[in-house]
Design a protein around this ligand. Sequence first.
Ligand code: ZN
Length: 550
Amino acid sequence: MLRIAGGRVHDPANGVDGAVADVCIADGRIVADVPGHARRIDARGMVVMAGGVDVHAHIAGPAVNAARRVLGGERRADVAMRDRVRRSGTGGTVPSSFVTGHRYALLGYTTVIDAAIAPLAARHALAELRDTPLIDPGFLILLGDNQVVYELIREAGGGTSQTLRDAVAWWLESTGALGVKLVNPGGAERWKRGNGRLTSLDEPVNELGVTPRQVLDALATAAHELGLPHPVHVHCHGLGVAGNARTTLDTMRTLDGRRAHLAHLQFHAYGGRPGGRPRSRAVDLVDALKAQPELTADVGQVMFGPATTITADAQISAVLRDSGDAAWISADTEVETGCGIVPYTYRPSSYTHALQWGIGLELFLLSPDPWRLVLSTDHPNGGSFLSYPRLIRLLMDREYRNDQLRRANEAAIRRTVLLDDLHREYSLNEIAIITRAGPARQLGLADKGHLGVGADADVTVYHDRADREEMFATPRYVIKGGEVVIDDGDLVAAPRGRLLRAGVAHDPEIERTLRPAFERRYTLGFDRYAVSEPWLLEPARRIPAAGERP
Ligand SMILES: [Zn+2]
């Protein structure tokens, strides 16, 4: 039992904005009170928030592991040594598994979702997540370039069907995933066949005749009708390409009427002509987001410095290799997806990089609703999660932001509205929304992101420092599941988290449809495909469908 006494509590999900209060913990949960003899943390003068929740990052699975292999130099420069609690490992932009959990916890983050796992790689992802302590992990499976899914969409006449709904639920159950991800749907499948870039949502992807618009429509509807805790998570077409905002807006219209999440919106917010200089269309995307209240998004902020692009968008990775830091990996996951990896450095002097950085800030500063547009760097694509404290300072501290604006490529910044009159500074409560309460709500995690009675006892206590970067980089205490894990920067315990997976039912008869389709298309036998229980980090936590939540 634990009492965090006298801190200023920022718990926006429960309408608490800086009130001085005690937060009490028993048996891993927030409770109304604990007896006087319970351990006491004196938090007077400090800021208390729920543990951070990352809605979109890349921390496990074969693509992340392949990235580690090409990042030898930066890993050798950042070696974490073993001690009583810590395992050894390496850091850099793509840390090893233990170091990933440790460094997230050092920042006060206790829940992290890996946004792109090929279903075939679920075992690998689960093995690494099991080895990543201190966070409750979850992951999204890639279904937007899957040939069996395309067969089901074609059989349904280009739309969704009960069969497709059951298949999606079966896939989630068979892999232990929390939700469904579409990456440039159709793009990887088309690119792998040498058919070039998609130029519209209505171009057939392969000989099955299915189009990207049909894939978006059918899977968004299936996820919506299943009431998945987190709706379909969409990485739009043409990532990073000038003019892509047109397709992003078209995608938003296609999703109309259904819940959906748009990943790293910044990378899809560019005007201009393909092949030419990009411009900002952040204002238009913010307006479109306002008009469709069932959509949520994360920003995918670019941060200056080293990054590693890891994406299932194999096609765009092939473009990035020309401007990246020498190495490139491209991989194919048979009938499911592809992947590309390019180490990358974002430079303030570069027009394109400075524009990307500026567009991310525009999205944050123009967003009318922090619950619907939350913080991410698409770690490690736009920058490491370790840069979150600096990003928070950019949002909270106008003087610091203006100083940084002056250091970035002037022509690019003039193309944004940042120099107009964007005086906005995020409040501590708004930061609590974009880093924990908002992502938890978007993910359907009712026990995360808040400090109400019954919530998971994941709590971060910060010194209230004027330098917000320093404040958010060095929490005084981090508590995971009721246990103090970080005490003044020291790791004092490294408990394993619990897998967060969707709990939605399907008709077992779906296997009669899927088995022959698998036998036609996959190299792996159908009976060996589903991940068996020991892999699932039991006891996992099943997150119920939206309609079943209290
Ligand atoms: Zn991503």
